[in-house]
Structures are given as C-alpha cells and as structure tokens.
Ligand binder design. Structure first.
Ligand code: ATP
Length: 199
C-alpha cells in the first residue's frame, strides 16, 4: 500500500484545487519557508481524522479553511482527498484504490467519505487501524516528534508498538465490548430492582 495522490481544495494555503501525484519510492517536497509544505502533511493528518485544531497549528477547526489573501477571497469550505494504492489489499476493502476524503464547512461541520460514499469518522479510524497510517500512527513523524517519542512516558511509547504489532483494533473492540457489558450489567440491576419491587 502506498500513497498515490493527494488533492487539496480550500485547505489552508491551497485555495484552488491542487493535486499532487506520488510514485513508489521517495518523494521530497521542497519550497521556500511558508510556501505550504507542512500544510500538505497537515492535510494528510486531517483527512485521517485529526480532531485537534492545535496539532494542525490552528486555534479552531475552521482555521484549516483558506482564509483569503490580498488577491483572493476566503472560501466557504475546505476539502482534502487521499488516494492509496490497495492492490496488496492491506486495507480491508475490495478495491485496488481507496480514496478517503474529508470536507469541513465554516459552521465547523465535517463530512467524511470513503470512495465517495459518505461515512463516519469512526469508519475511517477503523479502516486504518493497525496499518500504521492512522492520525496517531508512526507513518507521520512531524517536526520534534522523534524527541517526543524518545522522551515520552513508557505507556505512551507503548501505543506506537501496539499500532505496529496490529493489536489496536482488538484493544478498541475489547473496550467497546466492556462498555456494552457494563451497560448490560446496569440494566440487569435495574430489572432486578423492579422485580423485587413487584414481588
Ligand atoms: P517552513 O519551511 O517555514 O516550515 P512550510 O513550507 O512548511 O514552511 P507551511 O507552514 O505549510 O509552510 O505554510 C504556512 C503558510 O500557510 C503561511 O503563509 C500561512 O499564512 C498559510 N496558511 C495557513 N493556514 C491558512 C489558511 N487557513 N488560509 C490561508 N493561508 C493559510
């Protein structure tokens, strides 16, 4: 699996629809300071479900929408699409190419799509779980992240190894099941109280 293409439109400094094609191997993005290199990696993390505006170097989520410049008016929504080659079927979808997209409006509402089909953020998170590509995964190492990883608490470092070893999805399912079990136990207690009252 590899990243084939990214399309940005109205996202940060990319007012117009901009498409970047990647080929197998190493791609370096070069450009002057402030030309938008980091905005590309912000776009990747954003489409993968980043919900913290701060980690996208903004104050609130609308800050990712192109805010206008001397020459151009601001736009009403921002969108990023990521296309991955899935011929290896690393993503559990029966397609050789998978495109995930996210759109945000000035109201702050986000929409998510997998192959143009509307979906929930949860679907995107689950799709990338244990692939190393999720927003918290090790495939995106930002400036300062290496020191962060080295100096983090051991429990936080552990999460990187868990993602790499492919157990995150089982941990997440276990957590969901435990929550359901707890709710069921609470319901049983209430039923028991009602039965006692009726007797
Ligand atoms: P450096 O080499 O200094 O790290 P860079 O190439 O990584 O720079 P970025 O940090 O990606 O550059 O881009 C910063 C530019 O993006 C700034 O000019 C900033 O004004 C612009 N920018 C960020 N958010 C928006 C937005 N919402 N609307 C318009 N422009 C934006």
């Amino acid at each position: 699996m590899f990243l084939k293409r990214i399309e940005l439109s109205g996202f940060k400094s990319f007012a117009d629809r901009t498409e970047l094609e990647f080929v197998k191997g190493i791609t370096a993005v070069v450009g002057p300071n402030g030309s938008g290199k980091s905005n590309i990696s912000d776009g990747i993390r954003w489409v993968l479900g980043e919900t913290s505006a701060k980690s996208l170097r903004g104050g609130k989520m609308e800050d990712v929408i192109f805010a206008g410049s001397d020459a151009r008016r601001a736009v009403n929504y921002g969108e990023v699409s990521l296309t991955l080659d899935n011929t290896s079927q690393s993503l559990p979808l029966d397609y050789n190419e998978v495109t995930v997209s996210r759109r945000v409006h000035r109201s702050g509402d986000s929409e998510y799509f997998i192959n143009k089909q509307s979906c929930r953020l949860k679907d995107i998170t689950e799709l990338f779980m244990d692939t190393g590509i999720g927003k918290e995964a090790y495939s995106i190492i930002g400036q300062g992240r290496i020191e962060e990883i080295l100096s983090n608490k051991s429990e936080e470092r552990r999460s990187i190894f868990e993602e790499a070893s492919g157990i995150v999805k089982y941990k997440s399912r276990k957590k969901e099941s435990e929550k359901k079990l707890q709710e069921t136990e609470q319901n049983l207690l209430r039923i028991h109280d009602l039965v006692t009252e009726l007797e």
